[in-house]
Design a protein around this ligand. Structure first.
Ligand code: DAH
Length: 360
């Protein structure tokens, strides 16, 4: 049959030129469809004599097979190309970090409380609590501060109102976390190791004082606890808290009614270029008060001082938060300014722990 080569060239070119599946389908219908060109030629075979039909039939079948194969190959090729295109355009890097969505912020004071709780928990300290409205016995007397003691005046105490005619001594807003020492010992006895973070109140207001602020109390009582244990614990705490390789502490003899001997503790630091660096430099900054718990305090809390002894300390949380996170003004802590909170706050779901890092 003449013209088969032309036909073949025509359809193979059309197949090659088809750029999508529907164009390809049109080519298939035109060539091999029921009314297609090849099918029409097949229909003429019946009118041929047997010899010619045999030859023409074979050539037509071969042509049909060839066009069919080309169609299939092109179809597969188009599908591959389409897939490649999708893979290229719909590409997504699943290893990218998620977009953090802030669920509020954690106040630096809360963050620091969590951090110091994690550090002291690692040293075997449990967390103890007490009320913020405290009787003056817990806040003063039991801590060896009798009514006539000058320390009572120094504390700038807020007194709670009593009904007229009620002559019992007034309750106070606790002026320090030290009364929690008494409550913890009365509750659990000795040996005991606790910290007590919480709010305290004093009538004072300037750039470094607010009427409400935060302290953490520490207490460790056992048969042979000494100032050496106190020193190690505080050094270990400061190293972990300020996240520096080493710190240096200086113990200055001091006086607190509830400890004997007493020491105020300073940390070595530098303020070079207005930036605080802990653990280096030639400046010292006071960070806490401490000492060996006074026998009278143990006795008041029902612990026998002939059998038990130990240390206590009290530290300002707001102050160490300011130091660690470079926050200049204490008053801003309690103004609830959202811009301040967003700037100095912490992500809500990042709980500080020692293995994971305190202040990621
Ligand atoms: N309670 C003291 C204050 O608020 C701080 C303090 C000093 C606590 C010495 C202690 C301590 O436990 O041993 O000023």
């Amino acid at each position: 049959m003449d013209g088969l080569d032309t036909l073949k060239a025509k359809y193979l070119t059309a197949v090659a030129d088809a750029t999508d599946e529907s164009a390809l389908e049109e080519v298939r219908v035109a060539a091999l469809g029921k009314k297609g060109e090849i099918s029409a030629m097949m229909a003429t075979l019946g009118k041929m004599d047997p010899e010619a039909r045999k030859a023409a039939g074979a050539s037509l079948n071969a042509l049909k097979d060839e066009i069919d194969a080309a169609l299939r190959a092109r179809k597969a090729g188009l599908a591959d190309a389409a897939l490649d295109e999708r893979l290229r355009t719909e590409w997504l890097d699943v290893t990218l970090p998620g977009r953090p969505r802030r669920m509020g912020t954690i106040h630096p004071v809360s963050q620091v409380m969590e951090e110091l709780t994690a550090i002291f928990a690692d040293m075997g300290f449990a967390v103890a609590e007490g009320p913020q409205v405290e009787s003056d016995w817990y806040n003063f007397d039991a801590l060896n501060i009798p009514p006539e003691h000058p320390a009572r005046q120094e504390h700038d105490t807020f007194f709670m109102h009593r009904a007229p005619g009620d002559n019992r001594p007034p309750h106070v807003l606790r002026t320090h976390t030290s009364p929690v020492q008494i409550r913890a010992m009365m509750d659990k006895g000795a040996p005991i190791r606790v910290i007590a973070p919480g709010r305290v109140y004093r009538m004072d207001m300037d750039q470094t004082h607010t009427p409400m602020f935060h302290q953490v109390e520490g207490l460790a009582i056992d048969r042979d606890i000494s100032m050496a244990n106190l020193k190690w614990c505080l050094e270990e705490f400061c190293r972990a808290f300020f996240e520096v390789p080493s710190v240096e502490l200086r113990f200055r003899a001091s006086h607190f009614p509830f400890t004997e001997p007493s020491a105020e503790v300073d940390i070595r630091c530098s303020w070079e270029g207005g930036q605080l660096k802990i653990g280096q430099g030639d400046k010292w900054m006071e960070i806490l008060g401490s000492g060996m718990v006074h026998p009278k305090v143990l006795t008041a809390a029902g612990v026998n001082p002939d059998e038990w002894q130990g240390f206590a300390f009290g530290m300002g949380i707001d102050r160490i938060a300011m130091l660690k996170y470079g926050i200049p003004d204490l008053r801003a802590f309690f103004e609830s300014d959202l811009r301040w909170l967003r700037h100095y706050g912490f992500a809500a779901l990042d709980m500080p722990d020692l293995p994971g890092g305190l202040s990621r």
